[in-house]
Every structure is written in C-alpha cells, then in structure tokens.
Write a protein that binds this ligand. Structure first.
Ligand code: PMP
Length: 426
C-alpha cells in the first residue's frame, strides 16, 4: 500500500470531524465524484466498474429516477397527514408485486426503521417477546435491530445474545453441518425443536432468504416451507427481510421468499427501493395491521412523502420498462457460470453461490480448506486497484460479494471474472 496516495488529504479531512467508527472501504479508499449506471468515477479521472452496490438498483443516477425526484421536489413535498395522489398510487403499484394477503404498507426511511417497526408490530400482535433469529443475520442499526442481528451482537465487540433471543443455525449447505439433498428439512427440524423446547412461546422468526452479511448464503431448499408453518402453529409471525434480496435482483423471483415457496406475514424493504434515496417500508397482512392500529398512532415525518413515493414509483417503472429482473437472471446466470468455471481452475475458490445478481464467492485456503480472509482481502483490494468494486463479508470476512446495479452486462461480468483470474494467477 503506498504511504501517500492522492486520497491521503481527503482521509485526513474526513477524520477531523467524522468518527472512524464509520469505516472506509479498501486499503486505499476511493474519492468519488460521480456515478452513472454501473460505473462510478473518482476524482482522478478513473472510471470504476461497480460490481458491488445494490442500492443504485436500476443504475446510478438513472435519468428517469433523477427526473422523478427533481420534478416532485419542485412541486410538493409534505407528510402523510395530508392527502396526495402519490401515496396511494405508489402503494397500489408496490402491493401489486405481492400476493393478495399482503395488502398493508407502512413507509419509513431505512431498512433499520422497517425492521424496528416489524418487531413493534410483532409485539402488539402476539403480546410476546421470544424471537427466533438466523445465525449471522443482520437486520438493522437500532437497538431492537441489533438485538435480532447475530452479525452484530455476536461480534467480538458485541454485547452478546439477549435472553429473549433464540438463535437458529444457518441452513448452509456449504459450511454447515448438513449438506445432503434434504438439508433444508434437517435444519428446519432443529429450528422447530428450538421453538418447541422454548418455555416462552414464540413471537416471531426473522430471516433473509439469502443471508447477505452471513456471506451470501441461500437458505437450504425447502427450509422456510417447514419452519413457517411451525411458527404459525404456535401463534408466531414470519418475517422476511427483503432489504437486500428484493425488487427482482434474484432473477428467478421478484422477492426472495418466493424461491422458498412461502408467503411471509411481514416483509421488510429498503436499500434498492428508491435507488439510494432513503426509503424503507414494511408490508403486512390486514390482521397484523389491525392489531398494530389499536395501539398508539404511527407516524414518520419523512416516511411515504411525495418525493420518496415519486422516486420509488419511477424505480418500479424502470425495472419493468428495462426488463431488469430478466437481465438479472440472464446476466446473473452467465456471471455465475463464469465463476463456476474459474472455481475449477483455482482451488482457492471453495464455493460460488447465490442467485441472479446476488452472488458470493467463498475464498479458502487450498491446503486446509478453511476460510481465507487474507486472500479474499487481497483480491478485493487488487480489484479496486484495477478499478472494479467488489466487497467481502461473512462470519470470517472471506466471501467476495457481488451485487451490482441490475443494468450490469455480460461483458461487465466477464471483465470482473477475468480480473479475478489474473489476480489469482499472479
Ligand atoms: N436488513 C438487511 C438484510 C440489511 O442488509 C440492512 C443493511 N445492510 C438492513 C436491514 C438495514 O438497512 P439500513 O442500513 O437501510 O438501515
């Protein structure tokens, strides 16, 4: 790493007032100045291929999204205590993407606010506290969000698991204890045993369909199909966190839970929903909404404002007009097949997993077959030096994560894979 880089002054300037608890990506951080579609541009004239950021879902600075925000900002921005067309118009459009039973929506400004609200709703609906959470899961930065996020409470600096939390093993068919065809069932059995053995009855179960912070781990096939009915039989609520997996990214499905052939009781949305404008939402059933509506009034100053709704509406329109779910499927399949071919050549690639444009590459030590954080970080940083963005995550931070804007092309995928190949050959 060069001691002084063009970014050095900017790093110093940032740290004057910004706490280092807000980490910077890469050994050599990037000074960004603009972005368009799947490209970002730094302050030194470099175009950088973005194979990482899933928030600019339909592409950075997409002109239709930018225009929707600009026009609405110049016309009206207010809160949900007034009547305006965009709130019901966007709600109808969003809910048309869900099964009929999920027909109530609450708008907030982040994924964290959505998961926090989900937990409040669970409490008002069930009057219970016991929550089952997924090993390595992450759901938000509020205190309640951290309480249900093994990724945070189980961190070396975390406060540990609270009494009211049941943590269930991640149904991982690569690193986990069950790898066989019926692994989903075997993991589900363990989860069901945990809730059956709990003295306190279960209030809810929360999980992502592909556990992002856990290292892009898809839940083993058939898992939720067995766990959800068991939760419901005991009066509990099933929550699917679609903050990362939603809005067509997975290619085969618009929502991740569809791959598991289940319908949740609460769905949490965020990140890609408004392409980077801060917006989150919670979608639920009439029944859960009416329990919640009996309590104190719910209000969010910014949630569901006309500007947010206009932007989010334009995102759904662009997904349809540009057939981005189909693109995620086609480009994602191509990308995954190239990565699987690379795995055959390089023994340090232990696993390639995920769906559509939401993929993970597990980097291992050739000799021990154990996770290899050091090499994963070397690949990530060398890719950055080649002007390609990718990240690492997972319990050992050894999984390369790629989840680009959905306008990513097959050629872009080829660029990333051949860059990884050349790094591994050197
Ligand atoms: N759920 C999941 C699965 C997430 O990945 C995140 C953010 N990484 C959140 C919730 C929280 O969203 P936000 O950062 O918008 O509060």
């Amino acid at each position: 790493i060069p001691r002084t880089t063009p970014e050095t002054e900017e790093i110093k300037r940032r740290h004057k007032h910004i706490s280092p608890i807000l980490s910077l990506s890469y050994s050599r951080p990037i000074f960004m100045v603009r972005a368009a579609f799947q490209y970002m541009y730094d302050g030194y004239g470099n175009a950088i291929l973005d194979a990482y950021n899933n928030i600019p879902h339909v592409g950075h600075s997409h002109p239709k999204v930018v225009e929707a925000g600009q026009q609405q900002m110049a016309q009206l921005n207010t809160n949900t205590r007034y009547l305006y067309d965009l709130l019901p118009r966007y709600s109808e459009k969003l809910l048309s993407k869900f099964p009929k039973s999920l027909n109530k929506v609450y708008f907030v400004n982040s994924g964290s606010a959505a998961s926090d609200l989900a937990l409040r709703m669970v409490h008002s609906h069930t009057k219970r506290k016991k929550l089952m959470v997924m090993e390595h899961g992450y759901h938000g930065n509020t205190q309640m969000g951290i309480d249900v996020s093994d990724y945070k409470f189980n961190n070396a600096k975390g406060a540990g698991k609270k009494e009211h939390i049941l943590k269930t093993p991640i149904p991982d068919t690569y690193n986990g204890k069950y790898k066989e065809k019926n692994a989903g069932s075997l993991y589900a059995k363990e989860a069901i045993e945990q809730i059956s053995n709990s003295v306190e009855p279960i209030a809810a179960f929360i999980s992502e369909p592909i556990v992002g912070c856990g290292g892009q781990v898809p839940l083993a096939d058939g898992y939720l199909k067995e766990v959800y009915p068991a939760i419901r039989e005991r009066g509990g609520v099933c929550i699917s966190d679609e903050v990362q997996t939603g809005f067509g990214r997975l290619g085969d499905h618009f929502w991740g839970y569809e791959a598991q052939e289940v319908i949740p009781d609460i769905v949490i949305l965020g990140k890609p929903m408004a392409n980077g404008h801060p917006m989150g939402a919670l979608v639920t059933t009439d029944e859960i909404a009416s329990s919640f509506n009996e309590g104190v009034e719910f209000f969010s100053s910014f949630g569901g404002n006309p500007v947010s709704c206009a932007i989010a509406l334009s995102v759904l329109e662009v997904i349809e007009e540009e057939k981005l779910q189909k693109n995620a499927k086609e480009v994602g399949d191509h990308y995954k097949s190239l990565l699987l071919a690379l795995k055959k050549e390089h023994k340090c690639i232990g696993d390639v997993r995920g769906s559509g444009l939401f993929l993970g590459i597990e980097i291992i030590d050739e000799k021990t077959q154990k996770t290899n954080r050091k090499l994963a970080h070397r690949i990530k940083n060398e890719l950055r030096n080649k002007n390609i963005l990718i990240s690492t995550d997972g319990p050992h931070d050894s999984v390369l994560k790629t989840k680009p804007p959905l306008c990513f092309t097959k050629e872009n995928a080829e660029t990333v894979v051949s860059a990884i190949d050349s790094i591994l050959k050197n």
